[in-house]
Design a protein around this ligand. Structure first.
Ligand code: ATP
Ligand code: MG
Length: 349
């Protein structure tokens, strides 16, 4: 799908938002699949409010890098900070975590045994019950990993990388290189899935249709309609996703990602397979998301017109390595980039 880089001049980006605070900061990130190094010691950051693009020939490691950021792949080396906090890195001292689950219940159990030996039957049995409840709740907390639990572990030097759902909760939304919608669900339902991480109602609320559940669901439907309108698909709310034309499926993925209220939006080839009109509309949508919603964007794209039109900064990967970085104009003129795209000799030709 790689296209040669057209050397036509591109309009200057709307607002060069570089140089400010970093929303995402990836340091010395590597990802190996067995012997294959898909991403090799890449330093890469995204300033808050910017549109940054990642380009490179097929197999350069772009999607892999994306998936490391999104918490899908564990990285092999390096670390990733989001909003100044390390969220992805090599795991540390995870063997010590089970001690956390069992420490307090074990103390209570010892107390229970002592009490029983001393003949205080009722208190002893009560403490055994507390032990059981303690183990069950500790394991539940470990499974659900609320932020306070992760922070507590970090205090003791125990670190686990965030999982994809935790990255969404932190504020990282994404779309996929190969569209991944729920094919048999309507457009509206697909977008509502994106809101899941922001919903507060519990299964109990839902089971008994308590007030909170109903209010949340009504608000969710309203919001989902709003996002569908925002991406230009008003009137298609009740269409089943698989019946939508291809371009609209890509838009719907963006609506779903926006519904999770991201601070950072990762778009993996959003215009792949689109015709020129759809591509232009998509480019405008990307610029609008940043301008109107203030969402920072990381874009992987093969269409150089799109990249050059909206990006504040472009980073080029080739064989997993960063070979160039700079403004669209700088990158376009870089001999190493031309060589990577067009082959050896092209740069001097
Ligand atoms: N899950 C995986 N297991 C093993 N190898 C993988 C895996 N995912 C990607 N790779 C390899 O890592 C390298 C980088 O692939 P990646 O999909 O990140 O490239 P890309 O830059 O996104 O390419 P494209 O432009 O074709 O989408 C490729 O050699 C690919 O075969
Ligand atoms: Mg890819």
């Amino acid at each position: 799908m790689t296209e040669p880089m057209p050397m036509t001049p591109a309009p200057a980006p709307a607002s060069p938002a570089l140089g400010g605070e970093l929303l995402l900061d990836a340091r010395q990130v590597s990802k190996r699949f067995g012997g294959l190094v898909a991403v090799r010691t890449v330093d890469f950051n995204i300033p808050t409010g910017s549109i940054v693009s990642l380009i490179g020939p097929n197999g350069a490691g772009k999607t892999t890098f994306f998936n490391v950021i999104a918490g899908v792949y564990e990285l092999s080396e390096g670390e990733i900070l989001f909003n100044g906090e390390v969220v992805v890195a090599r795991q540390r001292r995870t063997w010590a975590e089970p001690i956390f689950w069992f420490l307090i219940p074990t103390i209570v159990l010892l107390l229970a045994i002592g009490t029983l030996l001393m003949g205080i039957q009722v208190l002893g049995e009560l403490l055994v019950l507390v032990t059981l409840l303690g183990v069950i709740s500790a394991l539940l907390v470990a499974l659900m990993r609320p932020r306070w639990y992760v922070a507590l572990l970090a205090r003791f030097g125990i670190f686990r990388s965030s999982r994809p759902n935790e990255m969404v909760a932190l504020g990282i939304g994404r779309t996929f290189q190969n569209i991944r919608l729920f094919a048999n669900m309507t457009a509206l339902e697909n977008v509502m899935v994106g809101m899941h991480s922001r919903m507060r109602a519990t299964p109990l609320d839902a089971a008994f249709r308590l007030g909170r559940h109903n209010r949340e669901e009504e608000a969710a439907v309203r919001d989902a309609r709003k996002w569908i309108r925002y991406v230009g698909m008003a009137g298609l709310e009740n269409e089943v996703a698989r019946n939508l034309p291809y371009g609209n499926q890509r838009r719907l993925e963006i609506a779903r990602a926006l519904a999770s209220q991201p601070k950072l939006l990762l778009l993996d080839e959003p215009t792949a397979g689109m015709n020129p009109v759809e591509t232009r509309e998509m480019t405008e949508l990307i610029a609008r998301v940043r301008r109107e919603l203030g969402i920072t964007i990381l874009l992987i794209e093969h269409d150089m017109k799109v990249v050059m039109g909206v990006s504040d900064r472009v980073t080029v990967l080739d064989h997993g390595e960063k070979i160039a970085e700079g403004s669209p104009d700088e990158v376009r003129a870089n001999p190493r980039v031309i060589e990577a795209y067009l082959g050896r000799g092209a740069a001097s030709a």
